[in-house]
Design a protein around this ligand. Structure first.
Ligand SMILES: [Zn+2]
Ligand SMILES: [Zn+2]
Length: 371
């Protein structure tokens, strides 16, 4: 495959570090902080209150008068804000919510804790290039080929830059949940993820105007990717249908779901249809449709997907005597990169540039520079 790779040098972006809201949306009352690698300095309300050596644990708890801080030996008082700052070459901390009890997250560099309503707000400050591997591991799996990880690293970095101000009103850039990109902390499972991040350093996907784009991806496209206007109601020239021969052998490729005639009719009646008829629609040539379009009513297939908990909105319905079968393809919204296909392409020897240019059309790969 011939790919024209254009590196623009004019994209500038004003931050080297990124602020991630950890355990976002969860009402955290208390946590334990520990230094995993390197030495940390703890400051309270801007003043240094302790030096923390590797392995030392600090307990932080919300109280009505502020954040109560203690280690195993003593109490350090009450503060409005705390900062754990790594001062060694490599600094890794772990933070574990105690109430409610949640699995810990390990990450690099700085952790700030402040009060937010009746809970703790935890913000991790780290370089963008240290953030990318964690989100690649969370979103892209732990045992894939290197070129696939490179494609995911470009996608994760582009997302971060495009959405850099998504949570600015809350004092950070991105949250760690599915609302932004899942970040379970530092990547630990596969060293290839770091290699992939490093070798694509600063690279993002942009449109012809140099604007970072929406780097959508999904588990499996079912044989053809979707169009932005089908899933989201607006056209984007780079999210258009691509016939994908690479994801054929995946378990997500084909699926089916049976509903009794009673369940199916009840569903249709609830949506305003006259129930009890035969095939409700069949596939068009392209294989993807936007609506169930009958009786002068249009029902979005994405809505049906949500209501009936289907793996994708790429399906057709076949009726039998006492049940209907929904035959579907793929898993996810079907826009942009198909992860199963991308993994297969990487395994066959395609490069990450081949992969990105196959699934996203009319785009350029650019390097952003930090101002
Ligand atoms: Zn978010
Ligand atoms: Zn696919």
């Amino acid at each position: 495959m011939i790919v024209i790779l254009a590196f623009l040098t004019t994209i500038s972006f004003k931050a080297e570090d990124i602020l991630i809201g950890l355990f976002y949306g969860i009402n955290i009352q208390s946590v334990v902080f520990s230094a995993v690698e390197g030495e940390y300095i703890l400051s309270g309300n801007g003043r240094q209150i302790a030096a923390i050596r590797k392995g030392t644990m600090f307990h932080i708890e919300w109280t009505s008068s502020g954040l109560a801080v203690r280690d195993t030996l003593q109490s350090y008082g009450i503060y409005n804000n705390l900062e754990f700052k790594g001062i060694s070459g490599v600094n890794v901390f772990q933070v574990k919510p105690v109430f409610p009890s949640l699995p810990p997250k390990e990450s690099d560099d700085v952790l700030s804790i402040s009060l937010f309503n009746d809970a703790l707000r935890l913000i991790n400050q780290l370089s963008l290039e240290k953030y990318v591997p964690g989100t690649v591991e969370a979103e892209g799996g732990t045992s894939s080929p290197l070129e696939y990880y490179k494609a995911q690293a470009v996608i994760a970095r582009t997302f971060a830059i495009k959405n850099f101000h998504r949570h600015s009103h809350e004092g950070f850039n991105l949250c760690d949940g599915v609302h932004c990109q899942t970040f379970n902390g530092k990547s630990r499972m596969n060293a290839q993820i770091y290699a992939a991040t490093q070798s694509t350093k600063d690279e993002i996907l942009v449109d012809r105007n140099g604007e970072p784009v929406i780097t959508a991806y999904h588990a499996n496209c079912g044989g053809i990717t979707s169009r932005a206007s089908v899933e989201w109601n607006r056209e984007l020239p780079y999210l258009v249908p691509v016939k994908d021969p690479f994801c054929n052998n995946s378990s997500h490729r084909n699926w089916s779901k049976n509903l009794s005639i009673m369940e199916w009719n009840a569903y249709l009646e609830n949506k305003g249809y006259f129930a009890g008829s035969g095939n409700l629609y069949s596939q068009t040539e392209s294989g993807r449709q936007k609506y169930l379009d009958r009786e002068n009513k249009k029902l979005l297939l994405t809505e049906m997907r949500g209501n009936l908990k289907l793996m994708s909105s790429f399906f057709y319905v076949e009726s039998g005597s006492d049940s209907v079968t929904i035959h579907g393809h793929g898993y996810g919204h079907g826009l942009g990169l198909c992860q199963d296909g991308a993994m297969e392409m990487a395994g066959m020897g395609y490069t990450y540039v081949d992969i990105l240019m196959f699934y996203f059309r009319n785009l350029l790969l650019a390097k952003y520079s930090i101002k």
